[in-house]
Every structure is written in C-alpha cells, then in structure tokens.
Unconditional design. Structure first.
Length: 569
C-alpha cells in the first residue's frame, strides 16, 4: 500500500510540473530529466513530503513559496487512490497524506497473500553476488561472519524485490597459501578427531610457524606445479580443500547461509582463461621483473605475474570477473582492507572493456585479542561465538521459562543464538565498525533479534487463545481500524513492507530493513499494551485480524533476515 502511495506521489508531482509548464521551463534551461522529486519521509508532519520547491527555486531563480503553491494547486488527488490530501507548507514543503480508508484493503490483502505478502513479482536484474569466499585454510572467524551474513541477507532481500540472484563462493585453491597448506598436510597430516576446518587450520598454522628454507623450496615447487596443471598435485590439493570446505559449509549452514555455486580459482588457470586475460592486459602492463599495471593516481601497482612467470591472485580474479560479467550484474561483498584492491581491479577490468563490479565494503569487528590472523592461529571462530551465544541464550530462556522441558529450552536457545548472530551484523551499516556484545545480542529486553522474535511469539499466543477464524472471509469494519492511534500506527508500519523491501534492495542498505523490522515489533508491542484484543465483543475479530496481519508481516520480515520466527518463547 505505501509503495503504491509513493508511486502516486511521484506521478502527481510529474503531472503537476507538466501542467504548470515548470517542466518546459526546466527543459529550456537545459535541465535534463529525470529530475529528482526530492521525496522524503518526515517524522510527524505528513506521510510523505517533497522539498522540490527548494531545488527548483535555485534552478529557475524563483521563490520556493511561489513554486510550491503553484505545484500543489495543480495536483489532482481525485486521480490517485492512495492520496487523501496534499498541502503546501512554507517555506517550500509539499506534504502528502495517505488515505487511511485503504487500510481495510491492506489488511484484507495481507490475510489473503500470507507468506507472499510484500514480495514483488516484476522481474528485475540478474545479479551475481559473491560473498564470504574465505580461504580454505581454517575455520571461519567473525570477520568472515559479517561478510557471510551481509551477503546472504542482501541476497534474500534482492530476491524478494524481484531480482534473480546467483550466489558465489570463490574458492582459493591455487597460489602460495595453498602450496603452504598442501606442504603442511604432507609434512604433518590432519587430525581426524577434529572438525575438518579446525584440523586444516591447525596444520596450516603449524606449517607457517615452523617454516625453514627447505620448506620454502618445496612450496615454490608446488606453486610451479599448479601453473603447469599437474593433475596429481591438483587431485591431492583438492582433497584437502574439500575437507576444509565441508567444515566451513557446516558452519555456514548453522547460521542459515548457503551458496549456489562454489567456483574454484584454479578453473581459470586450467581452462586457459588466465592466459587469454594475460594477453589482453599485456599492452597495458609493464615488465619489470614482474608483469604489472601501474596507475598514475595510485601508490601501488597491480602485480599480474611474478618474476618466475607464475600468476598471482589478481590476474586469476580478473579472469573470474570476465566470466562472471557474462552471467549478470556483479556485486562483491568485501572487507575494508580491500579498498585499494577494489579500485585496482575495477580499473584493470575497464582496460579490457568489462564493467566494474559493484562492491559492498564492510568495516571490521572488534575482538578482545585484537586483529585476527588465520596464519598465526589467533581468531575467534564462528563456531566458538555460536556456542557462547547458545550458552547465554539458554540461561536467558531458562530464567524466563523455567517450567519448560530442557529440550524445548535448548531448541529456543539455538534459534535465539542464530537470530542474534545474524541480526547484530545486519542492523549496523556496513561502513561502521562493530563491537560485538554477546549479552546484548541475546537479551529479550534490548531492541535486537530476540525482541523481534518475542513479538512474533506474542502475536501467535494471542491468536492461539482465540477461536479458529477464517481470516480470509471476515468482515472488517473500517470504524474499528480508525478508532485509536495505536492501531493506525501499526497498520501504517506494516503497509510499508514492500516499500521497505524494494528500498533496501535498490539502495543495498539491509540495515534499514532490520530497523524497519524492529519498528514493526515495537509498534505491535505498543498496540498489545494499549489495545485490548480478546473478549472485546464485536471488536474482537477485527483486532485479531490486525494481530494476524502483524504476525504474517513479522514472519515474512524475519525470513528475509535469515532466522526463525518461534511460535512460543
């Protein structure tokens, strides 16, 4: 409903600009379409507002009050179903008010559409989204966690907004780190008593700590065998990589993250893509021992080939991006330490006429022991963090529901931990660093994941205490929906669902959708406190319909955030 309202606001403004001749004046002054309509969501004054008169005043050298009055006067609300009225407010605000009578139709639609409510059906872009892509040299740590959760949640929201998304995990199975790993496995073996990724991590760390000249020589030999497509070497390395990936996939599945494709880096060496890319880039590169591209406005060159002729990660990544570019629009989720590399990669791709990828760059997570290093074996793994969260959640759940069986409490604790581990990384804008607070993450009292889950459980509890109702066919008197501000506020919030999905998808700002979901839970709690539902006579069914619509919307939002909506907590 709110999405349709916003579109009507846009249409009404454009029509008014044409009707008043303002658009023609802009065209004559060389102002090209589309003009920014300057639509925003004011906190209290109106449902939507446009500050267009201010921006037009500077372009046309006219008074914003005169322009605003003229535009508002020529807006025909009769042509728009969701616009109740439009008012001009000095010195330059055009305020729009939604038609509250449409809330009845909104409620009906939610009750009929259920799990499909809010998902957009129009087909949009084909997107290839790469995220996580940690080297298979040990367990995933909480830096990887932010990458994985951002990528997975963005994927869910993009799909709900109508995009087709293919997710990639780019597997580093070639190069120096893999040579170190394979040499270490040959020398020290793997502890079969450990989870696969933990076993690999221990061997990798031990190899790095105990490196000598003889080890370095063996590693150089292995790197050359990779470049020469030595099948026996690849087969041996692949077994180790797959062993580690099995453990990493288990970790990701425990937090609700999956990938469509695992793309091997070696693929692009073995199928000749790297060689073809090298030929394309040679005319833009210089040979000074190593083959490299120098950028005048960057302090660091981009190495493509080492002095011995072996390829580096960047060259193989360029080949991978060429392949990806034929599959759709590219989005990469990367840590802030990749900022220079992102610019170098983009410029290198432009040299061979490939569109630069879109990058979602995230800042790091603060840790008690400082900077993470897989090589040194100093990291807090996702598995460790998850176990700690389950432990904390179990205490929280047990304090609240001591009468429940232990099996039930453990199940809820796992669901709360999964929600917390995702939500804490979703609700903060990627460009901001995170300090992870375990106690706050699993608290039912803070505005976090358990707060949202509990609102859904509360709605379910109310519905369970009522008689079975066929919500699709009930009558909904408009008067009851309009009788108090709490009901109206809650319905207006859930009316924004598809609008918020689309906005989060197009702006790539999933933290805004997390905040929106918190607002649904908060507005429902206010409704629950102030508006009696059960045993309210002729008002009960309509108020139950509001609860049911909220439950549906919350569950749909929670699914997009990637965790579960418990029926009881």
């Amino acid at each position: 409903m709110f999405r349709e309202f916003k579109r009507e606001v846009e249409t009404s403004l454009k029509n008014s600009l044409n009707k008043t001749g303002i658009q023609q004046e802009l065209n004559e002054k060389g102002v090209k379409e589309p003009i920014d309509l300057m639509i925003e969501e004011p906190r209290e004054i109106a449902d939507l507002a446009s500050t267009l008169p201010f921006s037009l005043a500077s372009k046309l050298n006219k008074n914003p009050i005169e322009l605003g009055g003229k535009i508002t006067k020529n807006i025909d609300t009769e042509k728009h179903r969701h616009i109740k009225r439009v008012e001009f407010s000095k010195p330059g605000y055009i305020n729009y008010y939604i038609d509250r009578s449409q809330l009845k139709h909104l409620l009906k639609n939610i009750l009929i559409e259920k799990e499909n409510y809010g998902s957009l059906t129009e087909k949009k872009q084909k997107i290839v989204l790469e995220h996580t892509s940690a080297n298979p040299t040990g367990p995933l740590h909480i830096g990887h966690l932010r990458n994985a959760v951002l990528g997975d949640t963005l994927t869910r929201i993009l799909k709900a907004a109508g995009h087709t998304v293919e997710t990639h995990y780019y597997v580093n199975d070639i190069g120096r780190q893999m040579a170190i790993l394979l040499h270490g496995v040959r020398k020290y073996g793997l502890d079969e008593n450990n989870k696969p990724d933990i076993a690999v991590g221990k061997t990798y760390t031990k190899t790095n700590k105990n490196m000598d000249d003889r080890d370095e020589q063996e590693i150089e030999k292995l790197m050359n065998r990779f470049e020469q497509n030595d099948q026996d070497t690849y087969t041996e390395l692949t077994e180790t990589v797959e062993h580690c990936l099995n453990g990493m996939k288990e970790t990701l599945q425990n937090i609700g993250v999956n990938h469509d494709l695992y793309i091997r880096e070696s693929k692009f060496v073995r199928n000749g893509s790297v060689e073809k890319i090298t030929k394309k880039l040679r005319e833009h590169a210089v040979k000074d021992g190593a083959l490299k591209i120098e950028f005048n406005d960057m302090d660091k060159e981009l190495i493509l080939l080492r002095e011995d002729g072996t390829s580096v990660y960047a060259l193989r990544d360029i080949a991978y991006h060429e392949w990806k570019s034929n599959r759709g629009h590219i989005i990469n989720v990367l840590g802030a330490d990749h900022k220079l590399y992102i610019n170098q990669l983009s410029r290198a791709l432009e040299l061979i006429d490939i569109d630069k990828p879109e990058s979602i760059v995230f800042e790091f997570v603060s840790l008690p022991k400082g900077k993470m290093s897989t090589r040194k074996g100093e990291y807090i793994s996702i598995d460790q963090l998850r176990e700690k969260l389950i432990e904390k959640a179990m205490k929280e759940v047990s304090d609240r529901r001591p009468e429940k069986p232990e099996k039930w409490r453990k199940k809820i604790a796992r669901e709360v931990a999964k929600a917390a581990i995702r939500f804490e990384f979703i609700q903060v804008a990627p460009e901001k660093p995170i300090t992870f607070n375990i106690d706050q993450a699993v608290s039912f009292n803070e505005r976090g994941a358990p707060f949202i889950q509990y609102a859904h459980a509360r709605a379910t509890s109310i519905l369970n205490r009522s008689e079975n109702i066929n919500f699709e066919n009930i009558e909904i008197p408009e008067k009851i929906l309009n009788e108090n501000k709490e009901t109206q506020k809650l319905l207006k919030t859930i009316s924004k669902y598809s609008y918020e999905v689309e906005k989060a998808a197009e702006e790539r700002k999933i933290h805004r959708f997390a905040e929106y979901t918190l607002n649904i839970a908060s507005d429902f709690n206010q409704f629950y406190r102030d508006v009696p539902v059960l045993n309210t006579g002729h008002k009960e069914q309509t108020r139950l319909a509001v609860v049911k619509a909220t439950q549906i919307t919350l569950k749909n939002a929670i699914n997009l955030l990637g965790f579960k909506a418990p029926k009881e907590m």
